[in-house]
Unconditional design. Structure first.
Length: 214
């Protein structure tokens, strides 16, 4: 088995230390950092994402796989920067004002990182103006807004209105998600996209970035 396949396999099993060592080995074997990222780390995380979507694995497995990915990325990131490999785009992700839930948001952040995005996690209980401010500051193309309560999901509209009233209106897309959120609600408040789960969120983010660049 090639070292890149081994990286993917060990990542799927959540073996963070093994992933770290294998990334180091791949680099010392002279494999391009970009190949290690796409054919090793992202390949493994992609399989986990697909399995999660199909209910073949659950949140704990995704979390340990994401932790293993992070361990590999710590070694790889400086090398990627040296070779000029750019992330797919930057995503700013947070939970709306009044909502203190973060498990769903954290999963989405991990899946986005696993899909090649640079993620800026702005936390929980976030004012709509802060989503805009952080997106401008980080030149983000994706703004991910999470809510877990029916009482707080109405605050998503404020984020969308603030984005549309800002310089981001043509350069960024807002996607929303969370337990009470639906496609109908997304359409009603004018968000650019809705994802039912974290794995779908990374696919949606890629589509939205392509729609900006297209």
């Amino acid at each position: 088995m090639s070292v890149l396949n081994e990286i993917a396999e060990n990542l799927m099993k959540g073996k963070a230390n093994d992933v770290k060592q294998l990334v180091e080995q791949a680099l010392s074997d002279g494999i391009e950092p970009g190949s290690i990222l796409t054919e090793g780390l992202l390949a493994g995380m992609g399989v986990i994402g697909a399995r999660f979507k199909n209910n073949e694995v659950y949140v704990p497995e995704v979390l340990i796989a994401a932790r293993a990915m992070k361990a590999g990325m710590e070694i790889l990131q400086p090398k990627l920067a040296e070779t000029g490999v750019e992330p797919l785009a930057t995503a700013v992700v947070g939970t709306v004002k009044g909502d203190l839930h973060d498990i769903g948001k954290n999963l989405v952040c991990m899946m986005l990182e696993g899909a090649g995005f640079k993620v800026v996690d702005i936390g929980i209980d976030v004012e709509s103006s802060k989503f805009v401010e952080k997106a401008i500051e980080n030149n983000a193309k994706i703004i991910g807004v999470s809510a877990l309560l029916t009482t707080t999901m109405t605050n998503m509209k404020g984020v969308i209105d603030d984005v549309k009233a800002s310089e981001l209106k043509d350069t960024a897309r807002v996607m929303i998600g969370g337990a009470p959120v639906t496609q109908a609600f997304c359409d009603e408040i004018g968000a650019d996209g809705y994802a039912a789960d974290a794995a779908s969120a990374s696919d949606l983010a890629k589509e939205l970035v392509a729609s900006i660049e297209g």
